[in-house]
Design a protein around this ligand. Structure first.
Ligand SMILES: [Zn+2]
Length: 319
């Protein structure tokens, strides 16, 4: 049932977040999961993911044993589960167990074999409470209202989360880059209300005569960028990032906030225990360290890349 990174169920072979089969499950619209769109495969994904990718939804007649469930993480993110006589398999993709400003929390799927995203599955990756982080962010924005504030964030998902945070918590419509504005427009079509200003628009030019808040692509924002902006506008500039990695990494910015769209270690463990899974496959990031850590905790875990070919060719439940 699980062979060469593909799920084999009811006569179908389904690639999970890669393009190795003709039929592919794309859990969400982040670029490290969307190779199937570039390869023009037949795709199983949510309508929101198709919208964010700028594509018409595809409909496939799938067996009743295959189901999608909310994953949290970003708008449109889904998990996939499949039932076979040998047992139930679930793949989380990137997931989060908390509500965010733009999507609801992911569900915990009861299963026998759980393939879980292990990005934050190591014990040092524990995040402070979301409430605490949001309170700090709100304080930072309101205390610096006379400055130009620039947040660095991924264009898909985190930017829209920050726009909604600025709207709801600070009463601010931030300036966003043109690529981010296109994604914001897709979010709005999917029913997520966002108030933002596209960089380069007459409204943005007007706004930039005084203090403003901007959300720019993550790789662009740092001290150098802040200095150049300050020179150009003749006003103090404060830079910031909002990412879970801020908990363990130092960024070249004035303020870092560990606002994550992933489950951290605690929530990853909660998913594993509450799912009832007898076998855990760590996937996507830090697979081997995560699997070793889980084994130390008494969980039957393996890295996806370490599953022997023989076992991969065996049934899913045996995996
Ligand atoms: Zn993601």
């Amino acid at each position: 049932m699980f062979h060469k990174n593909a799920l084999h169920v009811d006569g179908l072979a389904i690639a999970l977040d890669d393009a190795s089969c003709e039929l592919c499950f794309v859990s969400h619209a982040h670029s490290d999961h969307t190779a199937a769109f570039a390869k023009k495969r037949r795709i199983i994904a949510s309508d929101e993911t198709f919208a964010i990718m700028g594509c018409e939804p595809q409909q496939h007649r799938l067996p009743a044993s295959i189901k999608l469930a909310p994953a949290g993480h970003m708008l449109g993110a889904r998990q996939l589960s499949a039932e076979a006589p040998e047992g139930k398999f679930a793949y989380t993709g990137d997931f989060a167990l908390h509500d965010s400003y733009t999507c609801r929390a992911g569900e915990i799927i009861q299963c026998d074999t759980l393939m879980i995203d292990s990005t934050y599955a190591l014990p040092h990756l524990r995040l402070p409470s979301r409430y605490q982080t949001i309170s700090r962010m709100r304080k930072f924005v309101l205390e610096n209202e006379r400055s130009i504030l620039v947040f660095g964030a991924y264009v898909k998902g985190k930017t829209q989360e920050l726009v909604r945070f600025m709207n709801i918590e600070c009463g601010i419509a931030p300036v966003v880059s043109t690529p981010a504005a296109k994604i914001c427009a897709q979010y709005e079509k999917c029913g997520v209300k966002l108030d933002y200003i596209r960089a380069g628009s007459p409204e943005a030019e007007e706004q930039m005569h005084s203090s403003f808040v901007a959300i720019m692509p993550a790789g662009m924002v740092g001290f150098d960028f802040g200095s150049k902006l300050s020179e150009a506008f003749g006003r103090e500039v404060k830079t910031a990032v909002a990412t879970g990695w801020a908990q363990v990494t130092r960024f070249p910015v004035d303020a870092s906030f560990p606002l994550s769209d992933h489950a951290d270690f605690k929530d990853t463990m909660r998913y594993i225990y509450e799912s009832g899974a007898k076998k855990v496959i760590c996937a996507n990031s830090s697979e081997e360290e995560a699997a070793e850590c889980l084994r130390h905790l008494g969980i039957d875990a393996v890295a996806k890349g370490k599953i022997p070919k023989k076992e991969r060719q065996a049934t899913l439940a045996q995996c």
